[in-house]
Design a protein around this ligand. Structure first.
Ligand SMILES: C[S@@+](CC[C@H](N)C(=O)[O-])C[C@H]1O[C@@H](n2cnc3c(N)ncnc32)[C@H](O)[C@@H]1O
Length: 217
């Protein structure tokens, strides 16, 4: 199947020891403002995790589980080629912001936003997700790593009550999910051979404020 994202690259998310076979603001304003200027390369922080795209079937499940509805603002933290925010805008007509620290991903995501004709709804920003104020979001999507999800918890805890957080494949230790679903992706589905060996995906969902998860005794 041909991917609807012409700028989906190919990568290996090392994901040290995490069992992965391979992984390589919107401020509520009326329209997406002009793109900010990138910092000089020397000042850039390296990505905390490398790029691996979420298969489209999993993107669809994440947004379905997040119960995206009119008026929501979706943030994807580490947006890669922008597929989650583009899908949120196209399928649900909501505003969305994708943040990525890698200028190449930012460029690709902006091109995909343009190609999808959703520039009026979606903004892509180059930023370190750990510096963001997330309070304007009502839905946050994640495909990072378990330890990075935990690092984001102080920011995520400030989301408005009722906001939804969904994470592809990785939990958030200390926060009990309200829902966990499996998604099977057929080999080649989503247009990426990467998933031939990695067909089972998990989506975790939390609603703010989340219930603390007690450590196993
Ligand atoms: C596994 S990919 C997920 C891409 C996309 N969300 C998806 O699900 O298809 C993780 C992305 O996070 C970005 N990233 C890593 N560390 C980051 C950071 N500190 N701030 C912003 N983006 C980051 C990477 O550049 C990469 O594009």
């Amino acid at each position: 199947m041909k991917t609807p994202f012409p700028h989906a690259g190919r990568w290996i998310l090392g994901a040290a020891g995490l069992g992965l076979a391979a992984l390589s603001s919107l401020s509520g304003a009326e329209s997406a403002p002009a793109a900010p200027v990138s910092p000089p390369a020397a000042k850039r922080k390296a990505p905390d995790v490398i790029y691996v795209p979420t298969p489209q079937a999993v993107v669809d499940k994440m947004l379905e589980m997040a119960e995206v509805k009119a008026g929501d603002v979706v943030y994807d933290l580490g947006c890669g080629d922008g597929r989650i925010v583009v899908t949120a805008a196209k399928k649900y007509g909501v505003k969305a912001v994708g943040y990525d620290i890698d200028p190449q991903r930012v460029k690709e995501a902006r091109e995909n936003v343009k190609a999808a004709g959703v520039e009026h709804l979606v903004r892509i920003e180059e930023a370190d997700v750990f510096t963001l104020d997330l309070r304007e979001a009502s839905v946050v999507t994640l495909y990072l790593l378990p330890a990075l999800n935990v690092r984001l918890m102080p920011q995520l805890a400030k989301l408005k009550p009722g906001s939804r957080i969904v994470s592809h494949n990785f939990d958030m230790r200390g926060a009990k999910p309200v829902e966990v679903k499996q998604v099977s992706v057929s080999p080649g589905e989503g247009g990426d051979a990467l998933y031939d060996e990695d067909a089972d995906h998990t989506v975790y969902k939390w609603i703010v404020p989340w219930e603390p998860e007690l450590p196993a005794r």
